[in-house]
Design a protein around this ligand. Sequence first.
Ligand SMILES: *Cc1c(COP(=O)(O)O)cnc(C)c1O
Length: 426
Amino acid sequence: MDPRLAIDGGPPAKTTPNFPMYPGGGEIGADEKKEVLEALERGYIFRYYGPREFPSKVAALEAALCDRMGSTYALATNSCTSSLISALVACGVGPGDEVIVPAYTYWSSASAVLMARAVPILAEVDDSLTMDPRGIEGLINRRTRAIMPVHMRGAPCDMDPVMSAARRHGLAVIEDNAQACGGSYRGETLGTFGDCGCFSLQYYKIITSGEGGALVTDDEGLYLKAQSCHDSAACWRPDRFAPARFPGELFAGYDFRMCEVTGAMGLAQMRRLDGLLERMRSRKARILSGIRDVEGLRLRRLNDPDGDTGICVIFFVPERDVTRRFVEALRAEGVAASVLYDPEVGDWHVYAHWGHLMDRVTPTREGCPFTCPYRGAPPPEYSRDMCPRSLDWLGRAVHIDVPPGMTDDDCDMIADAVRKVAGAYL
Ligand SMILES: *Cc1c(COP(=O)(O)O)cnc(C)c1O
């Protein structure tokens, strides 16, 4: 066999086409069409009031979420970002407050905090690429109100130390579980550890309804407040025009409601979730078994390997300047690999690219919420090098998607390609 790398003119290790990772693991099929058509044929696609002869698809999606996640309440919204905002508002986060957010997450985790008029404080991630719990205590002060752990790239954040830090300091916990729907940590479903857990049904997620989201909680008070936040018309109440049934029930909210078409699609996708997870996990296990002992590679550490959703394989190379070459060589071998951080290439998942946060840009002149007088302190300082350990891990990370449709051969060829490139470059 010709041992030359494909990038140097040798034969590629992977000769099969790459499966799409999205939508919803590559699968929108008959069940989605049936559910959506059913919603359309009713001729009434608003979630609330109106003709009541049909059970709401959105309510059915919420019931499916409660059932699968093991939570008492679920509230469907139009995005994970709007769920995060609703959760923050429900938890009483607002002007003057700080919320701890990891340096590696999709930007909207931080954006949601700002839209709730609080400020995000960035926490380093460790070699699991989720919030390093050892760094949390040092970020807590009298303004800290909540922690937002993010189960990034399909894998659980280290929830035990996060929860104990939160309890010690009386902080709310809002889990951003947009990327690890169906994952778990020590036997418990992600999204159910904190006060609220938020999910995304946006296109680039494990399951999708194009756009959409949900929050889950066991706390009735938080659920009611999140409902108020997500629907300024109070449609969710038995009588939307009745006065508040208890103090604080009604306040100025947004319109984050989900419509019946989206609910129908989400419902069909929920039924696929466990099948997708099973396939991705078995595909990932097969790839890992082929690369586990490759010298020079260090696999991403998992806080609970059993709770990983299996959406991707991530490993670290020893030196930052090898990462890009390694990824380019893998791509030439036919593997859809990518880097996680390149200072030259924009990416909304790494804080150093959040220029408008670094510069504290706001839509209004007075600079709210950074300059909020309730802070009782100068605005928080941000800089591109403030989380160097996160940038070091991310800068040495090689990422490979694990679409559930991959065959055994695909997995073996990916492992061959990684071994081949590692043999040449490390
Ligand atoms: C996608 C994503 C979001 C936002 O989800 P939307 O439904 O698009 O609002 C939030 N956090 C993380 C970690 C994400 O990946």
